[in-house]
Design a protein around this ligand. Structure first.
Ligand SMILES: Cc1ncc(COP(=O)(O)O)c(C=O)c1O
Length: 348
């Protein structure tokens, strides 16, 4: 299949820029598995500093960040509390059970965001041997299936206080934490402060081809490195890919505001289109979720026609709902192309 002209399928659909490719080509490298790759070490130091944690660890993917954090903080038979839409429940191949023997305890949040009261009720009471024990609370910033919703700082502080008070560890899946930072003006280290562990993805809004960085206390990161090795994630001259991450942190964070502006423009255009249902209040960052309210066209049919007839790619989540995600390879003009394509299809 040809590459779509306008790819709004996900913010993972970015190609490394020329500047990033130059950084990759010129990267200083060493043996990462032995802690000797200067570029990996630099990236880890940058992320530890950014997130206000003692140490950080470069990993191949965000999924591995989640799975390693759950493994280090959890134990077989214990529970991790997460929103019912959370990534580790739906899109990590059953990893919590397969790799750490963990149970998941889903909470019914509002667009991926739940309350301190909900956490208090989800935590298992102590002293009852027949119950699983609650070990970890995990929150997703921003919430992916919540439409890119930003957890407010006070919300994070409130749920973390309850969890810590009952002896749980708090983990943040920060796949899109930089989007939350740019949208809210709250610093990454402030969002991270109530959490014991936190990670950011390099291969989403930041535009790298690969990688994610997990941060936390030094002892946690030491144990995380052991798991990384066990899972086969330790690398050799990984500075080649870490250089993209260093470049992205220096060049691609502030520009996320453009992605948010493009998402807003797309949302406003869609909200004004007959046959589309969209609540503008739900568009906070780079994601736009909308419903197709057309008797003759389902969401999957629309996505197929958009791609084959107009070179515009979006993702259908079910029969009605479509997700469009902006990123650094989507320009303002592309939003006009996407809107015109949708209007043409609905008019036909
Ligand atoms: C919220 C969230 N967490 C985790 C991940 C996994 O990241 P990766 O694709 O780097 O494994 C994703 C990827 O889409 C995500 O959206």
């Amino acid at each position: 299949m040809n590459t779509p002209r306008v790819d709004l399928y996900s913010d993972t659909q970015t190609w490394p820029s020329t500047g990033m490719r130059d950084a990759i080509a010129n990267a200083e490298v060493g043996d990462e598995q032995r802690g000797e790759d200067p570029t990996v070490n630099r990236l880890q130091e940058m992320v530890a500093e950014l997130l206000g944690k003692e140490a950080a660890l470069f990993l191949p993917s965000g999924t591995m960040c989640n799975q390693i954090a759950l493994r280090v903080w959890g134990r077989p038979g214990a529970e991790v509390i997460l929103d019912q839409t959370a990534h580790p429940i739906h899109f990590e191949g059953g990893g919590p059970a397969a790799l750490s023997g963990l149970m998941v305890r889903p909470v019914a949040g509002e667009r991926g965001i739940f309350t301190a009261d909900q956490v208090a009720s989800a935590i298992r009471p102590e002293g009852l041997r027949h119950l699983p024990q609650s070990a970890i609370l995990s929150i997703e910033q921003t919430s992916n299936l919540g439409g890119g919703a930003v957890w407010p700082l006070e919300g994070i502080e409130a749920v973390a206080e309850v969890a810590h008070g009952r002896g749980l560890k708090v983990h943040m899946d920060g796949a899109r934490l930089p989007n939350a930072v740019v949208a809210s003006g709250v610093a990454a280290r402030d969002f991270s402060a109530p959490c014991d562990s936190v990670w950011i993805d390099l291969s989403k809004g930041l535009g790298c081809p690969v990688g994610a960085v997990l941060a936390g206390p030094a002892a946690f990161i030491e144990e995380a490195f052991r798991c990384k090795h066990q899972f086969g994630g330790a690398m050799r001259q990984a500075g080649i890919i870490a250089a993209a991450g260093v470049y992205a942190l220096e060049h691609n964070v502030e520009r996320l505001a453009e992605d948010h502006a493009n998402a807003r423009a797309l949302a406003e255009g869609l909200a004004a289109t007959d046959g589309i249902l969209l609540d503008l209040e739900t568009v906070e960052t780079n994601m736009v979720y909308f419903d197709v309210e057309d008797a003759t066209m389902s969401a999957p049919t629309m996505c197929k026609a958009l791609e084959t007839e107009h070179g515009v790619r979006m993702g259908a989540l079910d029969d009605k709902t479509i997700r469009a995600v902006t990123h650094l390879d989507v320009a303002a003009d592309d939003i006009t192309v996407a809107l015109n394509a949708i209007r043409k299809l609905l008019a036909a």
